[in-house]
Design a protein around this ligand. Structure first.
Ligand SMILES: O=C(O)c1ccccc1NCC(=O)[C@H](O)[C@H](O)COP(=O)(O)O
Length: 207
């Protein structure tokens, strides 16, 4: 079964809908560099609508350690997700399990960076280029998804209800991560798109 992480939620009704539909993880974008940014206090209120056994993830991007500590104190997420130039040492320094996003925008050269995060609980391969932001709806060549890494891999970037089954068939990820593909505008999730996306993932037979 392919796990599903819905990212960039900003509204309580979207959190409820995504988890009712069966999302396995919910991501809150904490970095102020994003259009989907939520304040730590607001993210904590959204977190309170997440039922047990659904993972909460706080996304940061080259943010100050003091801000990340504040996020951990106020939101108490299950995991951190790093989207910038943070090293494995930095990502590991908070005592919380972490995911590292790898920008796959330039294709094969990005694969070398996958080896730089031995302590990551998982690696999120995203479609944007190095130095660009995630959540942009850009996909990458799914056939580049490595099959020989010990860590679980999350596939992200430009996934929609229409293409996610093919993406899973080609990339065979542990999980898929979606943001703009289930939105009507940045940070505003669309109930129908969420339902169609999650149904499309669930309809893919297990490998
Ligand atoms: O979502 C943002 O605005 C954002 C800003 C800065 C860094 C990362 C950001 N989002 C990360 C994600 O939500 C993932 O990259 C997402 O799974 C892929 O996004 P999309 O291509 O829109 O599905």
């Amino acid at each position: 079964m392919t796990r599903i992480k819905c990212c960039g939620l900003t509204r309580i009704d979207d959190v409820r809908r995504a988890t009712q539909l069966g999302a396995d993880a919910i991501g809150f974008v904490m970095t102020r560099k994003s259009k989907r940014f939520v304040e730590p206090g607001q993210a904590a209120r959204l977190r309170d609508a997440v039922p047990p056994f659904v993972t909460t993830v706080a996304l940061v991007m080259d943010d100050e350690p003091a801000f990340i500590e504040e996020v951990l104190r106020v939101l108490r997420p299950d995991m951190l997700q790093f989207h910038g130039n943070e090293s494995d040492d930095e990502c590991s320094s908070y005592g919380v399990r972490y995911l590292k996003a790898i920008a796959m925008g330039e294709g094969a050269p990005a694969l070398a960076r996958l080896r730089d995060y031995p302590r990551a609980a998982g690696l999120l391969l995203d479609g944007h280029g190095l130095g660009e932001q995630g959540g942009s709806g850009q996909r990458f060549d799914w056939s580049l998804m490595p099959k020989d890494l010990a860590q679980p891999l999350l596939l992200a970037g430009g996934l929609t209800a229409e293409n996610v089954a093919e993406a899973i068939r080609i990339a065979r990820p542990w999980a898929v991560d979606v943001s703009s593909g289930i939105e009507s505008s940045p940070g505003i999730k669309d109930s129908d798109k969420m339902e169609r996306f999650i149904s499309a993932v669930r309809a893919v037979p297990s490998a």
